[in-house]
Design a protein around this ligand. Structure first.
Ligand SMILES: Cc1cc2nc3c(=O)[nH]c(=O)nc-3n(C[C@H](O)[C@H](O)[C@H](O)COP(=O)(O)OP(=O)(O)OC[C@H]3O[C@@H](n4cnc5c(N)ncnc54)[C@H](O)[C@@H]3O)c2cc1C
Ligand SMILES: NC(=O)c1ccc[n+]([C@@H]2O[C@H](COP(=O)([O-])OP(=O)(O)OC[C@H]3O[C@@H](n4cnc5c(N)ncnc54)[C@H](O)[C@@H]3O)[C@@H](O)[C@H]2O)c1
Length: 486
């Protein structure tokens, strides 16, 4: 067996692992990165980028069919060429992946190991490549950046190749006729709506009437109302899944007494993702503290686990499975692994999440659910809102669907967070996340300029609404700082 002595080994060559490798190399050259499958990252290869390419095609197909409200009529058929759609998705995707791979190939070849890494003990990692050859890396410090994988229910395994995950969608040569999407979270909404707008027959099956992970009941109800107008959704159905005689997937469902059967070419599993920490030999590290999901517990500012020389980053950490978080966490973990035992608290930014459905969904800072837990029954957070139905610019543009709700702290008037479905949510999310990270009060936000007529004037309306409900005083601020959930 080949044997290597390393200062740092990074397990996983995705966005978090790449950030960790670069950051660790600032402290020492003796850093190795191990990738089990292919360099190129989940985000570029089968995640963020190809999903947004598919959504862009869907928007192009959707818009010409919805011009009549402006008195503009396109009196010809919109034709979707499934093969051309998927050709563009894959070609553009490959271009993005190409840039990532170029970066990786600029790194020293001997420091890049291809194969599956597993822990033998807290300093020893065995890497097994596809030919079955093994390399043993003895490392002073380790970063786990192994990402996540889709959850697949055991009952679905019998569907064989009719069961698909996001990776499969982006290798399609053309569009299928029908897909049963399981999960009405981020992936289910983004891919389900895009496929439906491209002419694929789609039914979405969810659980507990939740949609897009929205926690605010008012925003969630609005989102349900909007998406139910466009998509066939069964968000709280009992389902049973089988293969029929034609080899297609058959979903029999019962949604509160309404029964039906949906036949589809594929079942897309989008019911959440699971960190890749259950298959890397962590059982050989008995001193490692794990949470109830079997994921190593880590300090969010240092990414250090309970084994001081072991760090974790990205989806593997199960903290916030998003691309910018994976990159930030990777840099923090890699830097600290490079300089250990000297470690620093890295920058963790305000939370921001965007779903690229139409309308878009976003959340910033604390979600409504978090606040209900932090301030239970003490009345310490106030809520304000705006409906986009009569919002000036949104009506002008015919995108006047949705609702923004903002939250602020009593006493201090500090802006705490927001949830929204509606127009330009990806941009409004940034505006609000920057204000949140700056710890601005609602009054300070209202002192900022708002142009006319813009969709952001809706933000001002929501801020004014919450402002009117705020009571500001040092006494109340102290009282709220002592709320039982904080
Ligand atoms: C369909 C989809 C759309 C998405 N869209 C967005 C979006 O729009 N915006 C956003 O912010 N986020 C989005 N995400 C989430 C984002 O892609 C992830 O949060 C991010 O890619 C995680 O990066 P990572 O480095 O943790 O994992 P990855 O990039 O998956 O890297 C982990 C790597 O570790 C390797 N590995 C695993 N086990 C081992 C082992 N034992 N040994 C060696 N190597 C191993 C894997 O092969 C993989 O290459 C999306 C995800 C999906 C699935
Ligand atoms: N725009 C983005 O930033 C973006 C896009 C895609 C993916 N992602 C990342 O990928 C992660 C995974 O996405 P996801 O959509 O798979 O997970 P998710 O957690 O967003 O949604 C899963 C959904 O599946 C439902 N569900 C659970 N069990 C079910 C069952 N048995 N039957 C039907 N529904 C069931 C849940 O109620 C939930 O609504 C996200 O958390 C996000 O971090 C981000």
């Amino acid at each position: 067996m080949n044997k290597i002595q390393a200062d740092v080994v990074v397990i996983g060559g995705g966005s978090a692992g790449m950030g960790a490798f670069r950051a660790a190399r600032k402290a020492t050259d003796n850093v190795y990165i191990v990738e089990d499958y292919k360099f190129g990252t989940t985000c570029a290869r089968v995640g963020c980028m190809p999903s947004k390419l598919l959504i862009a095609a869907a928007e192009a197909a959707h818009q010409p069919k919805h011009t009549a409200q402006f008195g503009v009529h396109i009196d010809c058929e919109v034709r979707v060429d499934g093969k051309a759609v998927m050709d563009r998705v894959r070609a553009e995707r490959d271009r993005f992946v190409g840039f990532v791979v170029e970066d990786v190939e600029a790194w020293p070849e001997d420091k890049r190991l291809l194969g599956r890494a597993t822990f033998k003990d807290a300093h020893t990692i065995v890497v097994t490549n596809q030919a079955g050859e093994q390399t043993q890396v003895t490392a002073k410090r380790v970063v786990i950046a192994t990402g996540s994988r889709p959850i697949v229910l055991p009952a679905w395994e019998a569907l064989g190749e009719r069961l698909i995950i996001n990776d499969d969608v982006f290798s399609w040569e053309t569009l299928p006729k029908s897909v049963a999407v399981f999960g009405s979270g981020v992936i289910g909404l983004e891919l389900g709506q895009a496929l439906a707008r491209l002419g694929v027959k789609v039914h979405v099956f969810g659980r507990g009437n939740t949609i897009g992970g929205i926690s605010d009941p008012t925003v969630s109800a609005k989102a349900l109302e909007i998406f139910q107008q466009e998509l066939d959704m069964h968000l709280d159905a009992n389902t049973s899944v089988s293969l029929n005689a034609a080899g297609n997937v058959e979903v029999a469902y019962d949604q509160h007494g309404e029964q039906g059967v949906f036949e589809a070419e594929y079942l897309l599993a989008a019911i959440g993702r699971k960190p890749n920490t259950d298959n890397i030999g962590l059982e050989n590290l008995p001193e490692l503290k794990l949470d109830k999901h079997g994921v190593p517990v880590a300090d969010r500012h240092t990414m250090q686990t309970s084994i001081p020389h072991l760090f974790i980053a990205g989806d593997a950490s199960n903290q916030l499975p998003l691309l910018h978080e994976a990159s930030d966490q990777g840099v923090i973990a890699g830097k600290n692994a490079g300089t250990y035992p000297e470690i620093d608290r890295g920058l963790r930014r305000s939370a921001i999440g965007v779903i690229f459905s139409d309308p878009q969904i976003m959340s910033v800072g604390y979600r409504w659910r978090d606040l209900a837990d932090l301030y239970p029954d003490c009345g310490c957070f106030a809520e304000g809102e705006v409906s986009f139905h009569n919002q000036g610019r949104s009506r002008v543009m015919g995108v006047n669907r949705g609702m923004l709700r903002v939250y602020a702290e009593q006493g201090s008037g500090r802006f705490l967070g927001a949830e929204m479905i509606g127009p330009a949510a990806e941009h409004i999310a940034h505006l609000l996340a920057w204000a949140h990270q700056q710890k601005m009060t609602v009054a300070e936000m209202l002192d900022m300029p708002f142009y006319h007529p813009v969709i952001e004037e809706g933000v001002r309306t929501a801020l004014r609404d919450v402002n009117a409900k705020l009571q500001l005083s040092a006494d109340l601020e102290a009282e709220c700082a002592a709320c039982p959930g904080l």
